[in-house]
Ligand binder design. Structure first.
Ligand code: TRP
Length: 333
């Protein structure tokens, strides 16, 4: 029987968390890779509002964050002509596949989920959605026949669970799903937040990508540095400002700044000024596009609608096969 999936080989699939204002850690950790990959293969990128619902239970907030994630991606150069961008909830068939997968997943596997255990350890009372989170993620990936999943290193276990679920399905019912691989960009250095810890929304140490100029300056001035005096040489590899500067600088500029640090007479204040300049330059065009998109929400909705239509065609064909293979009788077609 024909495969319902793209026969050309690699299919890229990834989920985007609708977590409000995205920060430069999100950009260098994930978004930049997503945008770079879109040229190469067919791809499905969805904003994971079903997943977010395990913790965000305010309708306005969920709606707003979903749209704002779409706007951010489009502003940064995501090209809807080449890849599909849509809201996860526009593919309600995912819930059907999640159910099928739930019935193939031992509870003991989910109990070993690191993300789940972390949340519980933090004192959260888990709901069933949170417990089943990895099963929904497996459905997300497999329903489009995804083969390559660009994610952060923290998602390694979820991709492992997805592979396991795909194998169980294929063994029990027949070969349908390709076994996907995680694509983890290891060379991305951890982006430090203004306190030097990993940049994270939950630590309150993030610098937003689209921060107003005034707020951006305020955040950058608060980046923690050591107390080496202005005249003294400084070690660029031990400094948070430099760790951020190098993300935005061209290789030549980075070399020049490294020299300035090592030579002395170049203070952290200078470095922070430079960082603000580079950041404004780097995200300048995206800021401009974002302002335009905010005035043209119809366009954003159209993009999401078209992405969802394309995704649904594949998801429909996949579920047809799943129903056939599993013996779920349907009389209404
Ligand atoms: N769990 C992922 C994260 O927290 C988001 C996600 C949901 C995802 N579904 C996915 C990532 C499918 C890759 C593929 O980042």
């Amino acid at each position: 029987m024909d495969s319902p999936f793209d026969p050309s080989g690699t299919v890229i699939v990834s989920g985007i968390q609708p977590s409000g204002a995205l920060h430069i850690g999100n950009y260098f950790g994930a978004i930049r890779q997503h945008i770079a990959l879109q040229d190469k293969h067919p791809s499905f990128y969805f904003i994971v509002n079903y997943h977010a619902m395990t913790t965000v239970q305010d309708a306005d907030m969920l709606r707003e964050h979903t749209l704002s994630a779409a706007i951010t991606y489009l502003a940064l150069g995501f090209d809807p002509e080449r890849s599909n961008l849509f809201a996860q909830s526009d593919i309600p068939l995912l819930n059907e596949l999640t159910w099928v997968f739930c019935c193939l997943t031992p509870v003991s596997h989910l109990e070993k989920g690191v993300a789940y255990k972390d949340k519980v350890a933090q004192g959260l009372t888990p709901n069933c959605g949170l417990f089943n989170y990895p099963v929904l993620q497996a459905a997300d990936i497999l329903i489009y026949g995804g083969t390559l999943v660009p994610v952060g290193a923290d998602q390694r276990q979820h991709i492992e669970m997805t592979r396991n679920i795909a194998q169980r399905f294929n063994n029990r019912y027949g070969p349908l799903f390709p076994i996907p691989e995680a694509y983890i960009v290891d060379h991305v250095a951890t982006v430090p937040g203004i306190d030097g810890r990993k940049m994270s929304k939950s630590y309150g140490n993030a610098i937003g990508m689209f921060e107003e100029k005034k707020e951006l300056k305020r955040r950058v001035r608060r980046i923690v540095t050591d107390s080496t005096p202005l005249e003294a040489p400084k070690d660029p590899d031990k400094d948070n400002v430099f760790a951020l500067l190098r993300l935005f600088a061209t290789p030549d500029k980075e070399a020049e700044l490294r020299q300035a640090y090592l030579a002395g007479g170049y203070g952290y204040g200078h470095a922070k000024q430079e960082l603000i300049r580079l950041m404004l330059d780097y995200f300048g065009p995206a800021r401009e596009r974002r302002r335009e998109l905010l005035k043209d929400l119809d366009y954003v909705h159209d993009v999401l609608r078209q992405g969802a239509k394309n995704a649904r065609t594949v998801a429909d064909a996949c579920m047809e096969r799943v129903r056939e293979l599993t013996g779920l009788v349907t009389m209404l077609r």
